[in-house]
Design a protein around this ligand. Structure first.
Ligand code: HEC
Ligand code: HEC
Ligand code: HEC
Ligand code: HEC
Ligand code: HEC
Length: 331
């Protein structure tokens, strides 16, 4: 074996090692560590890999379906009415003045009111958090933004139906509770960090609906007159709060001597009429208030029942509405 070929072999080995190291280095470069993920082109879908829990909650919310919701598509003629895009597929809200009407975005509309809509810094640089000391070196570059948890963030989209105005002066506001107190309750994240639930339960959640109201009824002891009452004990704004789309009805029925029931009769409707219904007035029940009405029985001593039906659309028939409560009137 000549010394030359030995040297050549060593050279080849060194070259081989260098080449392997080079390939490894190249591979490392191509597989970017998470710290250098660029935020600019990030979409809301990218948040899932690191915030699976918040993402799953949001996916089950009406914010996630704002652009694909069949009810919205029908009423907006599949968004041929472009006016409807603004809040249903918005640009990042923090890019607007507090409470100012938002504008529609032109890409990735399917994800509706998505993570970026509420969290993205106006310049695309970083993710807003209500945490005063966020982990600044985290991949999404969280920064403290007091506007995120402020009522004005919600007002940008939720005041067209006056929900935010109804909350002003309500018992919840006086206690210092804003929308988040009821619509973003505590949720615990991996590692024990305290987060906020992103499911935004409300008009499509029976538990939330039930928490809004207290239905009572009975017979007045001195006059013998049956009565029914409804209190808004749990909504931080009117019940039901949305204009046009919702209605809640009190109905009553009576029993004859042999136990047969009458048909359900209409007693009262809680609703804010739509703008062309100028003959109707707003009968929503403000937060903390009680409505009460006497219900004279068809014959003295007759017993009856009152119920509350919630309609996600005022024209829904009784059997497609949600019964939120029923009370007995008399024995
Ligand atoms: C590659 C992983 C990764 C991606 C992608 C990512 N994040 Fe983060 N995020 C983190 C880590 C790690 C933290 C800091 C630890 C923590 O607070 O959970 C964090 C923190 C946050 C915080 C602050 C939490 C707090 O209490 O301070 C918010 C808000 C947030 N991320 C939202 C988002 C949104 C919205 C997206 C999508 C646009 C996103 N993140 C994408 C990893 C990621
Ligand atoms: C200023 C913001 C904004 C604009 C513009 C807007 N919406 Fe909405 N829309 C909302 C908010 C907020 C909700 C949910 C809260 C509520 O019901 O009050 C909603 C809810 C709805 C719902 C009820 C969906 C469901 O399943 O309960 C329908 C339908 C709807 N919008 C249709 C439309 C149509 C049609 C247009 C255009 C004419 C439009 N929206 C324009 C903010 C807006
Ligand atoms: C960029 C606009 C926008 C912002 C900001 C926004 N929302 Fe919404 N929100 C909507 C739209 C649009 C819907 C209805 C989507 C649908 O049903 O198709 C909705 C739905 C909801 C619902 C469910 C209503 C129902 O009928 O079940 C709740 C509750 C809610 N939002 C609360 C909030 C709160 C609280 C905030 C502030 C933290 C907020 N939203 C911020 C646009 C917005
Ligand atoms: C004290 C608890 C509480 C507070 C505070 C509160 N809400 Fe609600 N919200 C409810 C309950 C309960 C419902 C279900 C009953 C109803 O629809 O009125 C509801 C319903 C809603 C709906 C569904 C409307 C519909 O019919 O589609 C929206 C949107 C909403 N709230 C937004 C807000 C916003 C925005 C704020 C802050 C200004 C807020 N809420 C403050 C408890 C609360
Ligand atoms: C309608 C507005 C809205 C949308 C949409 C939204 N967030 Fe949030 N998010 C908030 C608000 C407000 C807070 C701050 C609550 C607080 O801490 O007081 C928050 C807090 C957080 C936090 C820190 C607290 C926690 O729960 O862990 C994370 C992480 C987060 N959001 C991730 C996301 C991701 C991921 C998405 C999309 C899947 C998303 N958010 C969509 C409004 C929103």
């Amino acid at each position: 074996m000549s010394p030359q070929s030995g040297a050549a072999r060593i050279a080849a080995m060194v070259f081989g090692l260098l080449a392997t190291a080079g390939v490894l280095a190249l591979a490392l470069l191509m597989k970017k560590p998470p710290e250098i993920i660029a935020l600019g082109p990030m979409t809301s879908a990218d948040c899932r890999q690191c915030h699976a829990d918040a993402f799953a909650e949001w996916e089950g919310s009406h914010h996630a379906i704002a652009f694909v919701n069949p009810e919205v598509r029908k009423l907006s003629q599949d968004f041929r009415n472009e006016e409807c895009l603004a809040c249903h597929a918005p640009r990042p809200v923090l890019g607007f003045e507090p409470g100012e009407r938002v504008l529609a975005r032109s890409s990735d509309r399917k994800s509706g009111v998505d993570c970026l809509a509420c969290h993205q810094h106006p310049d695309g640089e970083g993710i807003a958090t209500a945490n005063r000391s966020p982990q600044k070196n985290a991949p999404c570059k969280p920064y403290y933004e007091p506007r995120l948890a402020d009522v004005e963030l919600c007002a940008s989209c939720h005041n067209q139906h006056k929900t935010v105005e109804q909350w002003r002066g309500a018992p919840a506001e006086l206690k210092g509770e804003n929308c988040l107190a009821c619509h973003m309750v505590d949720a615990f994240r991996e590692g024990g960090r305290r987060g906020r639930h992103h499911g935004f339960p409300a008009a499509h959640d029976k538990v939330a609906l039930l928490s809004a109201i207290q239905l009572l009824g009975g017979v007045d002891e001195s006059s013998g007159t049956p009565w029914v009452s409804l209190s808004n004990v749990g909504a931080g704004h009117n019940f039901p709060t949305d204009e046009r789309s919702r209605a809640a009805d009190i109905q009553v029925r009576w029993q004859d001597e042999i136990g047969g029931w009458s048909e359900w009769q209409h007693v009262y409707r809680f609703r804010d009429p739509y703008r062309d219904e100028t003959d109707l007035t707003n009968t929503q029940l403000p937060s903390g208030e009680t409505w009460r009405q006497d219900l004279p029985a068809p014959s003295s001593g007759a017993s009856g029942e009152a119920r509350l039906l919630y309609r996600s659309n005022p024209y829904l028939p009784d059997d497609e509405s949600i019964e939120l409560g029923r009370v007995t009137l008399g024995s």
